[in-house]
Design a protein around this ligand. Structure first.
Ligand code: ATP
Length: 234
């Protein structure tokens, strides 16, 4: 048998109270792969990540993490099993300090080393451990949000719009961090407004179109010609 994927969705239907957003989506993130998830506004990218993370209920279909069905598990159980979600808007606690945020992100047994590891990866946080997270710059907040990916040794990280609202030089840092995670064998599923940049680091690409997969293939193919525009445009 082939090794299980880090994450796979099988014909997933999900959405909100009255609105179905995902109409049967199948997608695979192989171990160690970098997968780009593109699509126009409202296509359902955030909903897909939220559903994989356990924040939206799966109404039909299934989700597997490392070959095990996690469709019915609450979000925190998925985190314990190796799934890390960095939500749009960062998802940090703004009224808590950097130190307190890191303590909450780390698995209980790793609290002692959490600060050290985060500061090593993001030196900018070092002098700010007792600062309230809400007073950090946008870039520093994003670094803090992403440090959970270091503190939990996840199998897969779902990244929603990490570069939103950041200065270009900080966007470079965000992508460098993601590439570093990938180099360590962490699988990534990335949604980002800078589609070209994601495609350059991706090993596979999907385009969502109104809640369905419209493209499933090579990132390089999407970067060429008009395919890209035709998928993103509609
Ligand atoms: P964007 O880049 O604009 O965030 P997206 O591809 O991530 O787009 P989603 O945010 O997943 O798309 O939204 C998909 C659909 O679900 C949209 O029609 C949106 O209006 C709807 N939607 C999103 N969040 C909610 C919610 N909390 N309640 C009801 N409908 C929602």
């Amino acid at each position: 048998a082939t090794a299980p994927a880090a994450l796979s969705l099988h014909d997933v239907r999900a959405g909100y109270e009255e609105t179905m957003v995902l109409h049967g989506v199948s997608l695979t993130v192989p171990k160690g792969a970098v997968v780009a998830l593109l699509g126009a506004n409202g296509a359902g990218k955030s909903t897909l990540l939220r559903t994989a993370a356990g924040l939206n209920r799966v109404q039909a279909g299934g989700i597997e993490l490392l070959g095990e069905d996690i469709s019915r598990l609450p979000a925190h159980r998925r985190t314990e099993r190796g799934l890390c979600f960095v939500p749009e808007g960062r998802g940090i606690f703004r009224s808590l300090t950097v130190r307190e945020n890191l303590a909450l992100q780390a698995a209980p047994r790793d609290r002692a080393t959490a600060i050290e590891r985060a500061v090593e990866a993001f030196p900018a946080l070092s002098g700010r451990l007792d600062q309230t997270a809400g007073t950090l710059s946008g870039g520093q907040q994003q670094m803090l949000a992403m440090s959970q990916a270091l503190l939990r040794d996840p199998a897969v990280v779902l990244v929603d719009e990490a570069s939103l609202g950041l200065a270009p030089v900080i966007v470079d840092e965000v992508f460098a961090f993601l590439e570093g995670l990938a180099a360590r064998g962490v699988a990534l599923l990335i949604v980002d407004q800078f589609a070209q940049r994601v495609l350059h680091i991706a090993t596979h690409a999907y385009v969502l179109r109104r809640g369905r997969i419209g493209y499933d293939g090579e990132p390089g193919e999407l970067l060429q010609g008009d395919i890209f525009a035709s998928y993103i445009g509609a």
